[in-house]
Design a protein around this ligand. Structure first.
Ligand SMILES: [Fe+2]
Length: 383
């Protein structure tokens, strides 16, 4: 059966009922507004870094994105409620550095724009909508969820107070020594199927993967595991030893870890977080272990939670972010395609700042291997 790539997104059925979509819209937008409300004077001035965004620019951007796809049919030729928005907030067009210098409207105007855009969609949700509207409303909600999470890791980088309550708590690692779960050779259905609800284009399409037998840790690498590694004579003797994570400090012979604006006692049995892919790999090399690939992680996540311990951190996979067979970009063309250049690694799972609605086993997150500012960790496989 032939499927036109242009209309793939019209087949992501079923979609949630209108009441649920309205709930999601209100909850993601209220969360964004509460993040902004909790900001202290001056918090909007963030240093120019690749991993950061000016917070008010990011707010304008997520409202613009919603209006463009839900209310302007993705066409910039159609009018917006705010003048000049396509020039100001199109992340595909504006160089990252320019986000600091471009003259954006004052916060009051951005707030008014946001309220008007969201009210307009809420009006739509009081009537019946078609598949196309349902798709773009979900896309905009999930896009905003991702930006809310980006505020969380930006606030962590900057040492600001926590922007919002976690959706789930990190559990301490249950056992001191890792157990490895052995999976015999098997087949796995990777990706997402048609008519399985909303999906992102990089999940197209489901296909069979032949997996060799492997053994994967039932829990993530802990703070104490990682400390042992960085303090090991082998690491210390390296020309370029792996440094402690940036949110750790040693004071008076004791280690502390920073969670937003608070220095906390070092918790040995928590999953280690804010580790780059490159440093996770070094840890594995030192232990003569390896990182799991994305399919191995997916198979693990398909098991019941009683069989393994989720880390509530994005977990690095050994897999570079590449298209699945049959990939074609969806209307938001820049979601995946520009990043299939081999310079990004897949992460699976979710973090404690990811809402439940985005926690799907087929979801593929991706970051550059040197990034560690997001809430990420890792688990290992036996060689
Ligand atoms: Fe965005």
């Amino acid at each position: 059966m032939l499927h036109s790539p242009v209309s793939d997104h019209l087949q992501y059925e079923p979609y949630p009922n209108l009441e649920l979509l309205d709930d999601w819209l209100v909850s993601t937008n209220n969360l964004t507004l509460s993040i902004l409300k909790k900001m202290r004077p001056g918090d909007e001035c963030v240093p120019i870094e690749n991993t950061l965004n000016p917070p008010f620019w990011e707010f304008g951007h997520l409202t613009w994105f919603h209006e463009l796809w839900v209310q302007r049919d993705g066409q910039m030729s159609k009018p917006s409620l705010l003048s000049n928005v396509d020039h100001l907030f199109n992340s595909s067009e504006i160089a990252h550095l320019d986000r600091w210098t471009i003259a954006i409207p004052p916060l009051d105007a951005l707030l008014e724009y946001n309220v008007r855009v969201m009210d307009k969609t809420r009006q739509l949700l009081t009537k019946s909508i078609d598949m196309k509207k349902a798709y773009f409303i979900q896309l905009s909600i999930f896009h905003q969820d991702m930006h809310n999470e980006a505020y969380a890791h930006m606030w962590q980088t900057l040492g600001y107070p926590a922007p919002f309550e976690v959706f789930s708590k990190i559990n301490p690692i249950r056992k001191e020594t890792h157990s490895y779960i052995h999976f015999p050779e098997t087949t796995l259905i990777a990706g997402s199927e048609r008519n399985s609800g909303f999906l992102f284009d990089n999940e197209k399409w489901s296909h069979t993967i032949q997996l060799s037998a492997f053994s994967i840790a039932d829990q993530a690498v802990s703070n104490s595991d990682y400390l042992e590694f960085i303090e090991s004579p082998t690491n210390q003797a390296n020309f370029n030893p792996v440094a402690p994570p940036v949110h750790w400090k040693k004071d008076g012979g004791r280690w502390y870890q920073r969670y937003f604006d608070q220095w906390l006692n070092f918790s040995e049995n928590e999953p280690v977080r804010h580790i780059s892919f490159s440093d996770a790999k070094s840890f594995c090399d030192w232990h003569q272990l390896r990182l799991p690939n994305e399919h191995e992680l997916t198979l693990l996540m398909n098991q019941s939670p009683a069989q393994y311990q989720p880390s509530h951190l994005w977990e690095w996979a050994a897999s570079p972010f590449l298209p699945f067979p049959g990939f074609s970009p969806d209307p938001y063309f820049d979601y995946s395609k520009p990043w299939f250049d081999g310079n990004y690694q897949v992460l699976k799972g979710w973090s404690m700042f990811t809402p439940e609605r985005l926690r799907r086993n087929a979801f593929r997150n991706f970051y550059q291997p040197n990034r560690s500012d997001h809430f990420c960790g890792f688990r290992t496989c036996l060689l």
